[in-house]
Design a protein around this ligand. Structure first.
Ligand code: F6R
Length: 242
Protein backbone atom coordinates (compact mmCIF):
# COMPACT_ATOMS: atom_id res chain seq x y z
CA UNK A 1 0.00 0.00 0.00
CA UNK A 2 1.27 3.41 -0.94
CA UNK A 3 0.32 6.44 1.15
CA UNK A 4 0.15 10.02 -0.07
CA UNK A 5 0.05 12.67 2.63
CA UNK A 6 -1.88 15.86 1.88
CA UNK A 7 -2.42 19.05 3.84
CA UNK A 8 -6.17 18.95 4.34
CA UNK A 9 -9.55 17.84 3.05
CA UNK A 10 -9.45 20.40 0.22
CA UNK A 11 -6.11 19.16 -1.06
CA UNK A 12 -7.22 15.53 -0.77
CA UNK A 13 -10.36 16.26 -2.78
CA UNK A 14 -8.39 18.10 -5.46
CA UNK A 15 -5.74 15.39 -5.79
CA UNK A 16 -8.29 12.58 -5.99
CA UNK A 17 -10.35 14.47 -8.57
CA UNK A 18 -7.23 15.13 -10.68
CA UNK A 19 -6.39 11.45 -10.55
CA UNK A 20 -9.88 10.44 -11.67
CA UNK A 21 -9.95 13.08 -14.43
CA UNK A 22 -6.64 11.78 -15.81
CA UNK A 23 -8.08 8.24 -15.90
CA UNK A 24 -11.30 9.43 -17.53
CA UNK A 25 -9.38 11.36 -20.16
CA UNK A 26 -6.88 8.63 -21.00
CA UNK A 27 -9.07 5.50 -20.85
CA UNK A 28 -11.14 4.43 -23.85
CA UNK A 29 -13.66 2.99 -21.43
CA UNK A 30 -13.55 3.25 -17.67
CA UNK A 31 -15.42 1.33 -14.99
CA UNK A 32 -15.32 3.57 -11.96
CA UNK A 33 -16.31 2.38 -8.49
CA UNK A 34 -17.80 5.13 -6.33
CA UNK A 35 -18.54 5.71 -2.67
CA UNK A 36 -20.96 7.99 -0.85
CA UNK A 37 -20.74 9.56 2.63
CA UNK A 38 -19.04 12.81 3.56
CA UNK A 39 -15.51 11.98 2.42
CA UNK A 40 -15.92 12.03 -1.41
CA UNK A 41 -18.21 15.09 -1.60
CA UNK A 42 -15.28 17.48 -2.22
CA UNK A 43 -13.90 15.16 -4.90
CA UNK A 44 -17.25 15.18 -6.72
CA UNK A 45 -17.41 18.99 -6.46
CA UNK A 46 -13.99 19.18 -8.12
CA UNK A 47 -15.08 16.78 -10.89
CA UNK A 48 -18.12 18.96 -11.61
CA UNK A 49 -16.01 22.13 -11.62
CA UNK A 50 -13.57 20.55 -14.08
CA UNK A 51 -16.39 19.28 -16.30
CA UNK A 52 -17.75 22.84 -16.54
CA UNK A 53 -14.39 24.46 -17.15
CA UNK A 54 -12.50 21.86 -19.18
CA UNK A 55 -15.34 19.78 -20.64
CA UNK A 56 -13.98 16.44 -19.43
CA UNK A 57 -16.50 13.98 -20.80
CA UNK A 58 -17.96 11.01 -18.93
CA UNK A 59 -19.75 9.51 -21.93
CA UNK A 60 -17.47 6.46 -21.92
CA UNK A 61 -17.53 6.00 -18.16
CA UNK A 62 -19.63 3.43 -16.33
CA UNK A 63 -19.99 3.75 -12.57
CA UNK A 64 -20.77 1.19 -9.89
CA UNK A 65 -21.57 2.32 -6.37
CA UNK A 66 -20.58 0.32 -3.35
CA UNK A 67 -23.81 0.27 -1.44
CA UNK A 68 -27.37 1.36 -0.75
CA UNK A 69 -29.77 1.39 2.19
CA UNK A 70 -32.42 -1.31 2.16
CA UNK A 71 -35.96 0.06 2.06
CA UNK A 72 -35.19 3.40 0.41
CA UNK A 73 -36.16 4.08 -3.19
CA UNK A 74 -33.92 6.09 -5.48
CA UNK A 75 -36.02 9.22 -5.13
CA UNK A 76 -35.78 9.20 -1.32
CA UNK A 77 -33.42 12.05 -0.48
CA UNK A 78 -31.49 9.80 1.93
CA UNK A 79 -30.85 7.07 -0.64
CA UNK A 80 -27.42 6.77 -2.16
CA UNK A 81 -28.97 6.91 -5.65
CA UNK A 82 -30.33 10.35 -4.77
CA UNK A 83 -26.99 11.39 -3.28
CA UNK A 84 -25.07 10.36 -6.42
CA UNK A 85 -27.47 12.13 -8.78
CA UNK A 86 -27.40 15.22 -6.61
CA UNK A 87 -23.67 15.32 -5.85
CA UNK A 88 -22.34 14.25 -9.25
CA UNK A 89 -24.36 12.60 -12.02
CA UNK A 90 -26.83 15.45 -12.61
CA UNK A 91 -23.93 17.85 -13.20
CA UNK A 92 -21.76 15.94 -15.68
CA UNK A 93 -22.48 14.37 -19.09
CA UNK A 94 -22.55 10.75 -17.92
CA UNK A 95 -25.32 8.55 -19.35
CA UNK A 96 -27.54 7.82 -16.35
CA UNK A 97 -28.10 4.34 -17.78
CA UNK A 98 -24.38 3.70 -17.22
CA UNK A 99 -24.58 4.50 -13.50
CA UNK A 100 -25.25 1.46 -11.36
CA UNK A 101 -26.22 1.40 -7.69
CA UNK A 102 -27.81 -1.60 -5.96
CA UNK A 103 -31.56 -1.04 -5.64
CA UNK A 104 -32.57 -0.77 -2.01
CA UNK A 105 -36.23 -1.23 -2.80
CA UNK A 106 -35.99 -4.32 -5.04
CA UNK A 107 -38.80 -6.79 -4.33
CA UNK A 108 -36.28 -9.63 -3.99
CA UNK A 109 -33.15 -8.28 -2.29
CA UNK A 110 -31.26 -11.60 -2.44
CA UNK A 111 -31.73 -11.63 -6.19
CA UNK A 112 -30.65 -7.97 -6.34
CA UNK A 113 -27.35 -8.95 -4.69
CA UNK A 114 -26.73 -11.78 -7.17
CA UNK A 115 -27.72 -9.56 -10.11
CA UNK A 116 -25.37 -6.77 -9.00
CA UNK A 117 -22.45 -9.14 -8.68
CA UNK A 118 -23.23 -10.57 -12.12
CA UNK A 119 -23.48 -7.09 -13.60
CA UNK A 120 -20.00 -6.27 -12.34
CA UNK A 121 -18.58 -9.46 -13.83
CA UNK A 122 -20.33 -8.90 -17.16
CA UNK A 123 -18.81 -5.42 -17.38
CA UNK A 124 -15.33 -6.79 -16.76
CA UNK A 125 -14.97 -5.51 -13.18
CA UNK A 126 -13.94 -2.18 -11.73
CA UNK A 127 -10.85 -0.39 -13.02
CA UNK A 128 -10.60 2.18 -10.24
CA UNK A 129 -12.53 1.97 -6.96
CA UNK A 130 -12.87 5.00 -4.67
CA UNK A 131 -13.27 4.07 -1.00
CA UNK A 132 -13.87 5.84 2.28
CA UNK A 133 -13.46 4.11 5.65
CA UNK A 134 -15.65 3.89 8.73
CA UNK A 135 -14.06 4.50 12.12
CA UNK A 136 -14.67 0.79 12.87
CA UNK A 137 -12.78 -0.13 9.69
CA UNK A 138 -15.77 -0.80 7.49
CA UNK A 139 -15.44 -0.41 3.73
CA UNK A 140 -18.63 -0.23 1.74
CA UNK A 141 -21.06 -1.42 4.39
CA UNK A 142 -18.91 -4.41 5.28
CA UNK A 143 -18.95 -4.22 9.05
CA UNK A 144 -16.40 -5.92 11.36
CA UNK A 145 -16.72 -9.69 11.12
CA UNK A 146 -17.66 -9.75 7.42
CA UNK A 147 -16.03 -12.63 5.58
CA UNK A 148 -13.17 -11.69 3.27
CA UNK A 149 -14.83 -14.09 0.78
CA UNK A 150 -18.10 -12.16 0.67
CA UNK A 151 -19.73 -11.03 -2.57
CA UNK A 152 -22.52 -8.44 -2.81
CA UNK A 153 -24.76 -9.16 0.15
CA UNK A 154 -27.25 -7.83 2.67
CA UNK A 155 -26.00 -6.50 5.99
CA UNK A 156 -27.27 -5.40 9.35
CA UNK A 157 -25.73 -1.98 10.03
CA UNK A 158 -23.59 -1.62 13.15
CA UNK A 159 -25.01 0.81 15.75
CA UNK A 160 -21.90 2.99 15.34
CA UNK A 161 -22.48 3.22 11.57
CA UNK A 162 -26.14 4.16 12.03
CA UNK A 163 -25.11 6.79 14.58
CA UNK A 164 -22.42 8.19 12.27
CA UNK A 165 -24.92 8.43 9.40
CA UNK A 166 -27.78 9.81 11.50
CA UNK A 167 -26.51 13.32 10.66
CA UNK A 168 -28.24 13.00 7.28
CA UNK A 169 -31.62 11.91 8.73
CA UNK A 170 -34.01 13.76 11.04
CA UNK A 171 -33.56 11.15 13.76
CA UNK A 172 -31.53 8.03 14.53
CA UNK A 173 -34.70 5.91 14.30
CA UNK A 174 -35.07 6.89 10.65
CA UNK A 175 -31.68 5.46 9.67
CA UNK A 176 -32.31 2.11 7.98
CA UNK A 177 -31.06 -0.94 9.86
CA UNK A 178 -30.10 -2.89 6.74
CA UNK A 179 -28.10 -2.21 3.63
CA UNK A 180 -26.89 -3.93 0.50
CA UNK A 181 -23.17 -3.71 -0.20
CA UNK A 182 -20.50 -5.02 -2.50
CA UNK A 183 -18.67 -7.67 -0.50
CA UNK A 184 -15.03 -7.67 0.50
CA UNK A 185 -14.19 -10.12 -2.31
CA UNK A 186 -16.08 -7.89 -4.76
CA UNK A 187 -14.06 -4.83 -3.72
CA UNK A 188 -10.80 -6.78 -3.81
CA UNK A 189 -11.42 -7.68 -7.48
CA UNK A 190 -11.02 -3.99 -8.40
CA UNK A 191 -7.86 -3.48 -10.43
CA UNK A 192 -6.91 -0.37 -8.48
CA UNK A 193 -8.19 1.20 -5.24
CA UNK A 194 -7.94 4.76 -3.89
CA UNK A 195 -8.77 5.02 -0.19
CA UNK A 196 -9.59 8.51 1.09
CA UNK A 197 -9.01 9.24 4.77
CA UNK A 198 -9.60 12.67 6.24
CA UNK A 199 -9.91 14.09 9.72
CA UNK A 200 -8.86 13.33 13.24
CA UNK A 201 -11.84 11.03 13.82
CA UNK A 202 -10.38 8.62 11.23
CA UNK A 203 -6.87 8.53 12.69
CA UNK A 204 -7.40 5.39 14.78
CA UNK A 205 -8.75 3.59 11.75
CA UNK A 206 -5.74 4.73 9.72
CA UNK A 207 -3.39 3.56 12.43
CA UNK A 208 -5.01 0.14 12.65
CA UNK A 209 -4.98 -0.15 8.88
CA UNK A 210 -1.25 0.56 8.71
CA UNK A 211 -0.06 -1.29 11.80
CA UNK A 212 -2.75 -3.74 12.91
CA UNK A 213 -3.28 -7.35 11.90
CA UNK A 214 -5.00 -8.34 8.69
CA UNK A 215 -8.22 -9.94 9.89
CA UNK A 216 -11.97 -9.83 9.50
CA UNK A 217 -12.51 -7.87 12.71
CA UNK A 218 -11.12 -4.85 10.85
CA UNK A 219 -12.49 -5.14 7.31
CA UNK A 220 -10.24 -2.50 5.69
CA UNK A 221 -7.16 -4.50 6.72
CA UNK A 222 -7.84 -6.78 3.73
CA UNK A 223 -6.57 -3.95 1.52
CA UNK A 224 -3.03 -4.81 2.65
CA UNK A 225 -3.42 -7.95 0.50
CA UNK A 226 -4.32 -5.96 -2.62
CA UNK A 227 -1.51 -5.23 -5.11
CA UNK A 228 -2.56 -1.70 -6.06
CA UNK A 229 -3.96 0.43 -3.23
CA UNK A 230 -3.17 4.09 -2.65
CA UNK A 231 -4.23 5.79 0.57
CA UNK A 232 -4.66 9.55 0.38
CA UNK A 233 -4.73 10.83 3.93
CA UNK A 234 -4.72 14.36 5.27
CA UNK A 235 -2.54 15.72 8.08
CA UNK A 236 -5.37 15.59 10.63
CA UNK A 237 -5.80 11.85 10.09
CA UNK A 238 -2.05 11.25 10.07
CA UNK A 239 -0.98 13.61 12.90
CA UNK A 240 -3.01 11.86 15.53
CA UNK A 241 -1.95 8.49 14.09
CA UNK A 242 1.78 9.20 14.61
C1 F6R B 1 -20.37 4.72 1.57
C2 F6R B 1 -19.36 3.80 2.08
C3 F6R B 1 -18.89 3.88 3.49
C4 F6R B 1 -18.23 5.23 3.82
C5 F6R B 1 -17.80 5.26 5.29
C6 F6R B 1 -17.20 6.61 5.65
O1 F6R B 1 -20.67 4.42 0.23
O2 F6R B 1 -18.93 2.98 1.36
O3 F6R B 1 -17.98 2.84 3.74
O4 F6R B 1 -17.13 5.41 2.98
O5 F6R B 1 -18.90 5.02 6.09
O6 F6R B 1 -18.18 7.59 5.61
P1 F6R B 1 -17.83 9.14 5.71
O7 F6R B 1 -17.12 9.48 4.46
O8 F6R B 1 -19.19 9.81 5.79
O9 F6R B 1 -17.01 9.32 6.92
Amino acid sequence: MKMIEVKDYQEMSKRVAEYIIEKVRTSKKLNLGLATGGTPVGTYTNLIEDHKQNYTSYQDVTTFNLDEYVGLSGDDSNSYRYYMNDQLFDHIDIHKSNTYIPRGDASDMQKECLDYEKLLTEHGGIDLQILGIGSNGHIGFNEPGTSFDSNTHLVELAPSTREANARYFSSLEEVPTKAVTMGIATIMKSKEILLLISGENKSEALSQLLHGEVNESFPASVLRNHPYVTIIADKAAIAAEK
